[in-house]
Write a protein that binds this ligand. Structure first.
Ligand code: TRP
Ligand code: SF4
Length: 330
């Protein structure tokens, strides 16, 4: 058997996951589980880089995120699922990498430059926030990952990771493969208000929303803004509800809706009801797995602890090689 390529990715625990996160990342991770040796982790230390003043929510978010992941179909039988702070070796590698990372590489990181300007309600002029990509590099290369599935916004971080890995190898000898970003194809999921679905816009449908809540949110969706009255023909091409039909209702139904909408043969209320039914049907397996884990919180603890112990074994092994390369071997 040829060895499977190793994949690693992570998320910061900043709150419950919505359909945008599902289609933009999670669904893709789930589909990689058979083909790759997958490692998925929750970057709770990274959450500290911006939320260091109030740390009270992080641990709760970590547990909820693990449940979101398991409900979406990640499984500890196929993937190593773990939490960053339970593998303190990340911090040791972060320290060594910080010694060899030139500050200008971090200062010119586009994500850093954007956030320093955009986020005005927090003081982000900290060492930790500047060093975010160094910690991320440690997260990735400590597992000697070959590939990192991420959205476009994370590509600069993977690029810095490659540069840091290269520099380490050049200075101390070949320890790390250079990981590649695998760009997740992301269908653009809009929220109820037609803006990008996002927690901060308060327009999201969450994986943890029960069916009644999903129906209620769908009923509030803005449709074709030019369709004022029931008897007006609509334009599905610019209707958000229709883009959900495309995702969830199947080709036949979508084609039917498209036709009826253009001839005003269906009203938006009815159209939304039909879409909500298909969406809820698609979410049924997620609801079922969620119910199972919510009824057995001790199983979630086991996933976290066992996964982290497994990850830690891999991380320890790498750190032995790192210390040998650095000649820190007392
Ligand atoms: N920076 C990533 C994000 O905000 C989270 C993250 C931390 C990560 N470490 C990682 C992603 C390592 C991939 C690999 O989404
Ligand atoms: Fe959108 Fe459906 Fe209304 Fe047409 S009928 S505008 S597709 S919600």
């Amino acid at each position: 058997m040829t060895e499977k390529k190793r994949v690693l990715s992570g998320m910061r625990p900043t709150g419950p996951l919505h359909l945008g996160n599902y289609h933009g990342a999670l669904a893709n991770w789930v589909s990689m589980q058979d083909q790759y040796d997958c490692h998925f982790f929750i970057a709770d230390w990274h959450a500290l880089t911006s939320d260091y003043e109030d740390t009270s929510k992080i641990t709760g978010y970590v547990r909820e995120m693990v449940i979101d992941w398991l409900s979406a179909g990640l499984t500890p039988e196929k993937s190593t699922i773990f939490v960053q702070s339970l593998v303190p070796e990340h911090a040791e590698l972060f320290l060594y990498l910080s010694m060899i990372t030139p500050v200008p590489w971090l200062e010119r990181n586009p994500t850093y430059k954007d956030q320093i300007v955009q986020i005005q309600n927090k003081d982000l002029s900290t060492f930790g926030f500047l060093g975010y990509p160094v910690l991320q590099a440690a997260d990735i290369i400590i597992y000697r990952a070959n590939a990192v599935p991420v959205g476009v916004d994370q590509v600069p971080h993977v690029e810095i990771t490659r540069e840091i890995a290269r520099r380490f190898n050049f200075l101390y000898g070949d320890v790390f493969p250079e990981p590649e970003a695998i760009l997740t194809p992301t269908p653009k999921i809009l929220g109820m208000d037609r803006r990008k679905m996002s927690k901060s816009y308060n327009n999201a449908i969450y994986l943890s929303d029960p069916p009644e809540e999903v129906s209620r949110k769908v009923s509030q969706m803005i449709t074709d803004p030019n369709r004022m009255r029931r008897k007006d023909p609509g334009n599905p091409d610019i209707c958000n509800v229709f883009s959900f039909h495309n995702l969830y209702s199947g080709e036949k139904v979508s084609a039917e809706i498209d036709k009826m909408c253009r001839k005003a043969e269906i009203g938006c209320v009815e159209c939304k009801k039909r879409m909500a039914d298909y969406l809820i049907q698609a979410m049924a397996p997620l609801y079922e797995r969620r119910r199972h884990y919510e009824a057995h919180p001790e199983l979630v603890e086991v996933v976290i602890q066992d996964g982290s112990a497994k990850a830690r074994n891999v991380a320890r092994e790498t750190m032995t090689a790192v210390r040998a390369a650095l000649k820190i071997t007392l």
